[in-house]
Ligand binder design. Structure first.
Ligand SMILES: [Zn+2]
Length: 428
C-alpha cells in the first residue's frame, strides 16, 4: 500500500492511496455495504452511478454470521469480495457497522461484541484473525473497544484506549506469525470526548506498526468535536491515511477534511436522512423508501461567486440541527409542509405530485435523466420498490460527486471558499 499526499492546503490534503494497481482518490469515501451488498442495487444498476469509489466497505458486524467464514472457505473464491461480486474494489473491513448505535457495556478485556441478526457475537483476537485469513480484506480496522462519544467517565475512557492498544499489540504480534502481512492493518484511535485520551491514543497508536488510522467514536452531537478532531489529527503522522466513522453530512465532511481527514464511509446517504425524517435508526435501506433525496448539486460558477464567509463552524451546524429538529417536530405532528432540509428533498410531500422537474436539476444520474419528481412521488405513494432503487442511485451519485468536488476545490486552491459555501448552505 502506498499513500501519497499530492497537495496540502493548511491541514487539508489531496492524496492518492495505491493498492493492488488501484487508486483511491482522497479526500474520498468508501462504498457502503450491509451484509456484503449495496442496499437495493444490483451490480449492473450500481455501475450506472458516476464517480464510484475504488474502495468498498464491508463490516464484520454484518458479515460475521452471513455469509460468515465457513461459506467463504467452502466456495472456491479467493476472497470475500469475489463471492460478493465486488472483486474490482479494494476492500476495507471495519468492526462495526457505522450505521448501528454503539451499545455500551458489552465489550470485555479479551473480546468485543458485535450485533448480528442472530444476536450478540463475541469476537476475540483469534476469531478476528480467522476472519482476516478467510475474507482477505486489503485493509482492516483493528479490533477496538469503541464507546459512545458522550457521558463517559474518565476511567471508562482510559480503559477504552488501553484495551484498544492491547488489541492492536496482540493483533500485530499474531499477524506476523500467521502470515497476514498482505492485510493492511489500521490502528484505531479512541478516547471519546477526552482531549487528553484522544492525544494519548493517537500518539501511542502512531508508535505501532500500522498502515493507517481509523478515528472511532466521533459524533457531531458533541459540540466540541471539531476542536477534538483537530487536536487528535495533530498527534498523527502525516504520511499515513486517516479514516473516520461517525461523521458524514456535507457540513461534517468539509470540517473533517479541513482537519486533515482523508477517508469517510458512505453510510450517510442511508442513515442521516433516515434520522432527519424518522427520528429513529431503522434499517438504512428504508431511507429511500421514505422518499428522501440528497441535493448536493450546484454549479461551479456559484462556488466562485463572491461570498464573504467568516462564522465559526459551530454556528451554522447548530442552526442546521435546529432546522432538522423543527422539521422533525413538523413531521411527527403529521403536517405535510416539510419539503426537506438544507441538503435533502422529501419527495413524499404532496406538492411534488405535479412537479415534473428532475429530482435535482442538472444531475446526470439515471434517475434524474429518465424520471421526474412527480414520478418518484407516485412510486412512493404506491409503495413501489422501484422508488428506493432510483433514489439510491441518485443519492449515491450526489454523495460521490460531492467528494469529487471537494478534491477539485483543493486542486484549484479554493477549498476554503467551498467549505464556507457548504456550511452556509449558499450552493443551494
Ligand atoms: Zn440524480
Amino acid at each position: 500500500m502506498d499513500f501519497t499526499v499530492r497537495k496540502k492546503l493548511g491541514k487539508c490534503r489531496r492524496g492518492v492511496l495505491k493498492l493492488e494497481n488501484r487508486q483511491i482518490q482522497t479526500p474520498g469515501c468508501s462504498l457502503y455495504t450491509r451484509g456484503g451488498a449495496v442496499p437495493h442495487l444490483t451490480r449492473d444498476v450500481l455501475h450506472t452511478v458516476a464517480d464510484l469509489p475504488a474502495i468498498v466497505h464491508l463490516t464484520l458486524e454484518s458479515t460475521v454470521d452471513q455469509p460468515g467464514a465457513e461459506t467463504i472457505t467452502k466456495c472456491s473464491c479467493n476472497r470475500i469480495t469475489e463471492f460478493l461480486g465486488l472483486e474490482e474494489y479494494v476492500s476495507y473491513l471495519s468492526i462495526k457497522d457505522p450505521f448501528q448505535d454503539i451499545r455500551e457495556g458489552y465489550n470485555e478485556e479479551k473480546c468485543v461484541s458485535v450485533w448480528t441478526p442472530g444476536g450478540r457475537k463475541k469476537v476475540d483476537v483469534n476469531l478476528f484473525l480467522t476472519f482476516l485469513q478467510t475474507f482477505k480484506p486489503n485493509i482492516a480496522e483493528c479490533l477496538c473497544d469503541t464507546i459512545p462519544a458522550s457521558k463517559q467517565t474518565d476511567k471508562r475512557i482510559r480503559k477504552s484506549v488501553d484495551r484498544t492498544l492491547k488489541f492492536l499489540d496482540k493483533c500485530i504480534e499474531e499477524m506476523e506469525s500467521k502470515s497476514l502481512s498482505s492485510c493492511n492493518l489500521f490502528g484505531v484511535i479512541e478516547g471519546s470526548n477526552s482531549e487528553k485520551e484522544r492525544i494519548r491514543s493517537a500518539s501511542e497508536t502512531s508508535k505501532r506498526s500500522v498502515a493507517g488510522f481509523v478515528l472511532e467514536g466521533f459524533s457531531s452531537s458533541e459540540c466540541e468535536w471539531n476542536h477534538l478532531l483537530q487536536r487528535t489529527v495533530e498527534a498523527i503522522p502525516d504520511n499515513k491515511p486517516r479514516l473516520i466513522h461517525g461523521l458524514g453530512s456535507p457540513e461534517e465532511v468539509v470540517i473533517a477534511v479541513d482537519c486533515g481527514i482523508d477517508l469517510f464511509d458512505s453510510s450517510y446517504p442511508f442513515s442521516e436522512l433516515c434520522y432527519i425524517f424518522l427520528n429513529c435508526f431503522t434499517y438504512p435501506c428504508q431511507v429511500a423508501e421514505h422518499g428522501c433525496a440528497l441535493n448536493l448539486n450546484w454549479s461551479r460558477k456559484r462556488f466562485k461567486a463572491e461570498l464573504s464567509y467568516s462564522p465559526p463552524a459551530q454556528e451554522p451546524l447548530e442552526q442546521k440541527r435546529k432546522i432538522q429538529d423543527d422539521n422533525l417536530k413538523n413531521s411527527s405532528n403529521g403536517t405535510d409542509n416539510d419539503k426537506g432540509t438544507l441538503y435533502t428533498i422529501n419527495l413524499n410531500e404532496t406538492g411534488f405530485s405535479s412537479d415534473f422537474n428532475p429530482v435535482v436539476s442538472g444531475c446526470t444520474c439515471y434517475c434524474c435523466t429518465n424520471h421526474t419528481r412527480a414520478y418518484i412521488h407516485h412510486l412512493l405513494v404506491t409503495k413501489e420498490m422501484l422508488a428506493t432503487v432510483l433514489l439510491m442511485v441518485h443519492n449515491l451519485q450526489q454523495y460521490f460527486q460531492f467528494f469529487a468536488k471537494i478534491r477539485l476545490s483543493i486542486e484549484e486552491d479554493n477549498f476554503e471558499q467551498f467549505k464556507g459555501n457548504v456550511l452556509t448552505g449558499y450552493p443551494l
